[in-house]
Design a protein around this ligand. Structure first.
Ligand SMILES: Cc1cc2nc3c(=O)[nH]c(=O)nc-3n(C[C@H](O)[C@H](O)[C@H](O)COP(=O)(O)OP(=O)(O)OC[C@H]3O[C@@H](n4cnc5c(N)ncnc54)[C@H](O)[C@@H]3O)c2cc1C
Length: 488
């Protein structure tokens, strides 16, 4: 992703060399995304249908969370907005007010969100650019085959002049005085020199972590999951337009539908379940036949204390890791790329710009961290030591502040540059069963009957719009079926 972006966005006088090792390979997971990926693809001028075909992608309208509050309960975190505000009063405040009046036919808040209703009905179409249309409230992302996406971007980068060097980095040469990186050494006595080094070496963090020694701060106390088993399975039926995240005894299992297969995994805490039991739980939960043996991955939640140090920027897993519960890692890569482009250095590597990059990126990581912690902490589950730990653990002060604002009058604010929208927070807060004690007094000033009629109208419009949308499967067949799928 970084090489592809640089190949398109830097002037032709800047040369980009990509060092990769086929023998080491990539982490091989990372199939679910969030809507910001559309911006990345657009920034690179990628045709969306061509991208969907090349990566076996499906469309994603949100994430279904099963069993997170209690076994048997589920909710959807949809992309997109809930209802429409009236006179500056946010829709969720109207909904809470009507709920407080015990309005008999009040639907769950998800029924007022087009992405949620379409997801449940298995429908998809592209949104409308007309702000008057209900279809303009639809937001989407993709599920894709990460290896095929990497291949797609590699072809694009090479066509745009990126020079790809195959080989394993064995050493890093640094300037004796400044500590700046001067070159990486590859096996076979090769040396690649450079001015700016971007560390995309994954969990190894070869440049930022190993060579420059930037420390790693662990967030294990809040996010104890440190391993995953992953396995693809045969597709069963039409692919749903959403990811599923099912809470389990010591973590959670993902189900990600692609055109040609389903991706599955169990993210778990090794302190709370042993590897074999986790592997068996993953296999027992599959809907289709496993296509191969499960593969294990090990990680630790957290991030490096600086993501840009001297002339080295870490992008991707080399900079930090947050588990894929809200599909945010690829977004954080994108965020690193766009911030790097807007603060692109000269050979002076001004500290003001480097500091700004670190400030903004570290804040991004913390905001995503808090949102993920919320899912674990706001639970009633007490059926295993894992859930007892999550339910009773102390949480970061930044999250406590958000929860305090919510638990009184349901206030939700988007912090500067924050990825998750108030609608996202509202869906997860209500979905996780955190009901505020009250609501915005301005909502109480609105006449209840009129408000009820307005809400019923919104719900009906959304329902009709979703019912008129094509089935997700049919939309793909018509616009962007992958050749892989046709031959499957
Ligand atoms: C269990 C799990 C599930 C995930 N699911 C999602 C998801 O659903 N959505 C999402 O957004 N993200 C997800 N992620 C994160 C996502 O997989 C990564 O963010 C993404 O794949 C990018 O990884 P990377 O390029 O940083 O590292 P890698 O894929 O590990 O790539 C590292 C690269 O560095 C090269 N390299 C390493 N060492 C050397 C060396 N010595 N010499 C030369 N080359 C070297 C490798 O060959 C490889 O090309 C998930 C991660 C995990 C662990």
């Amino acid at each position: 992703m970084t090489a592809a972006a640089l190949s398109r966005l830097v002037p032709s006088g800047v040369s980009v060399t990509l060092v990769e090792s086929e023998e080491i390979g990539t982490v091989g997971v990372g199939e679910a995304t969030i809507p910001s990926l559309l911006d990345y693809n657009r920034m690179l001028g990628i045709d969306e249908d061509a991208f969907v075909r090349a990566t076996g992608a499906t469309f994603k309208l949100g994430i279904e969370f099963r069993d997170w509050t209690r076994a048997g309960e589920s909710y959807l975190h949809p992309f997109g907005t809930h209802g429409r505000d009236i006179e500056g009063v946010s829709f969720h405040q109207l909904w809470l007010r009507q709920a407080a009046l015990s309005q008999a036919d009040l639907s769950p808040i998800g029924d007022y969100c087009l992405s949620a209703v379409a997801a449940r009905r298995g429908r998809f179409t592209r949104p409308s650019a007309n702000p008057q249309s209900v279809l303009s409230t639809l937001f989407y992302a993709f599920h894709f085959d990460a290896a095929l996406y990497a291949r797609f971007l590699r072809d694009l980068s090479e066509r745009d002049g990126v020079v790809r060097v195959e080989g394993r980095v064995t050493a890093v040469d640094r300037n004796g005085e400044t500590g700046f990186i001067e070159a990486v050494r590859l096996e076979g006595d090769r040396r690649v020199e450079g001015e700016l080094f971007i560390d995309c070496s994954g969990f190894r963090s070869l440049l930022l972590g190993d060579a420059l020694g930037v420390p790693f701060t662990s967030w294990k106390q809040w996010l104890p999951c440190d391993r995953a088993w992953a396995v693809p399975s045969e597709r069963q039926g039409p692919p749903p337009p959403y990811t599923r995240a099912t809470a389990d005894t010591a973590g959670w299992r993902w189900r990600i539908p692609l055109q040609h297969r389903t991706g599955n995994g169990y993210v778990y805490s090794s302190a709370h379940i042993d590897d074999d039991d986790a592997r068996l739980a993953l296999l027992a939960g599959l809907e289709g036949r496993a296509l191969g043996e499960p593969r294990q991955l090990r990680f630790e939640a957290g991030r490096r204390d600086r993501l840009w140090d001297r002339n080295c920027v870490a992008i991707g897993l080399s900079g930090g890791f947050l588990e894929p519960l809200e599909s945010t890692s690829i977004h954080l890569i994108q965020s690193g790329i766009t911030r790097l482009m807007s603060l692109f250095p000269d050979l002076g590597f001004g500290t003001t710009e480097v500091d700004e990059y670190n400030r903004v990126l570290l804040r991004d990581y913390e905001q995503v961290r808090d949102f993920i912690i919320l899912h674990y902490h706001a639970t009633e589950r007490s059926d295993s030591p894992f859930w007892d730990h999550c339910r009773t653990m102390s949480i970061p002060a930044s999250l406590s502040t958000k929860l305090a604002l919510w638990s009184g009058k349901a206030r939700v604010f988007r912090e500067q540059g924050e990825l998750f929208t108030p609608d996202g927070w509202i869906a997860v807060l209500l979905g996780q069963g955190i009901r505020p004690t009250s609501f915005d007094p301005l909502a109480a000033a609105l006449p209840p009957e009129e408000t009820a009629r307005f809400m019923a109208h919104v719900r009906e419009m959304i329902d009709k719009t979703a019912a008129a949308m094509p089935r997700h499967e049919d939309f793909i067949t018509q616009h962007c079926a992958a050749p892989l799928r046709r031959s499957a």
